[in-house]
Design a protein around this ligand. Sequence first.
Ligand code: AHG
Ligand code: MN
Ligand code: MN
Length: 338
Amino acid sequence: MSKFVTIERFIFDNQPEYAKGDLTNLLYDIALAAKIISYKTNRAGLQDILGNAGFINVQGETQQKLDVFADQTIFRICDHPGRLCVMASEEQDDVIHIPDQYAKGRYALVYDPLDGSSNIDVNVSTGTIFGIYRYKEWELRGRREDVLQPPRDLVAAGYILYGSSTMMVYSTGQGVHGFTLDPELGEFLLSHESVRLPEPPAYYSINGGYFDRWQPEVQNYVRWLQGRYNDGAGAAPPLSARYIGSLVADFHRNLLRGGIFMYPGERDKPHGKIRLLYEAGPLAFLVNQAGGYASTGTESILDLTPTDLHQRTPVFIGNRSLVEKAESLLQRRKIQLD
Ligand code: AHG
Ligand code: MN
Ligand code: MN
């Protein structure tokens, strides 16, 4: 009989001493928001929550009703308990301040309330991504500076995957742990303790439809992954191609089976599509905790300090051996350009 370890119990038992309070409670809050979003997501086809909300977000993308619902749910759960001093969301132009009537806490929350929105109406997995920073300066807490920090300085990061089951995967710097929601109990129960990227990797994920937009070194790297290009430094392990179109779902599968997810820059989008603050950064923190690595193709994503809330970055994330191979091929272009 597997022991019933709830996320609350696990977080409390495994938090470092210094984080027994607010950080633990903040992770509880996120777990509650996840249950509410999961409830709505699993009934999206039955209630008037499919389709677009009729608004365009700061990304220039049509907001889906579930984007808006998820965004509002996280804000309403997290704005008043006094754990946070500021928030930043994919769906909001600027930082979200804690209303004056509530105490400002020690942490800053960045989040993508619903990742993979294009998949909502076709019943394909979607997710939520979050990262938690500590304030920069106590007396000045609540500013943009509290979220514009390099991912290496995250104190916690994670995601929720609304898939065949709802899972919450997080790390506070002591490994990566996965919890599966038992809908009857309404509890997240420990199902994947201390997750490490397996070797050899099994998958590579990239939107092959954009092949002609990539620089030649990226094209050669994808050919290497496919066993069609050999630079004399050894062949790739046998890999299958999988691309779901929801970063959280592609990342989660690669975390459990080994692999690499890529969203490279393109000719007219040199920084690609994935946002640093609330997509690439938190996942870079997680993959590092699971023994993997996340790169722009030339440098570690963990060391990028955001200057804009919604800035994008090329992403190569997964097993370190595969990501470093991408760097070795892309660096050659950098050397040629330098
Ligand atoms: P979001 O729905 O939060 O905007 O994120 C969508 C992202 C990511 O989830 C996914 O990997 C990528 O967009 C898919 O982009 P393409 O459709 O261009 O492949
Ligand atoms: Mn997203
Ligand atoms: Mn989103």
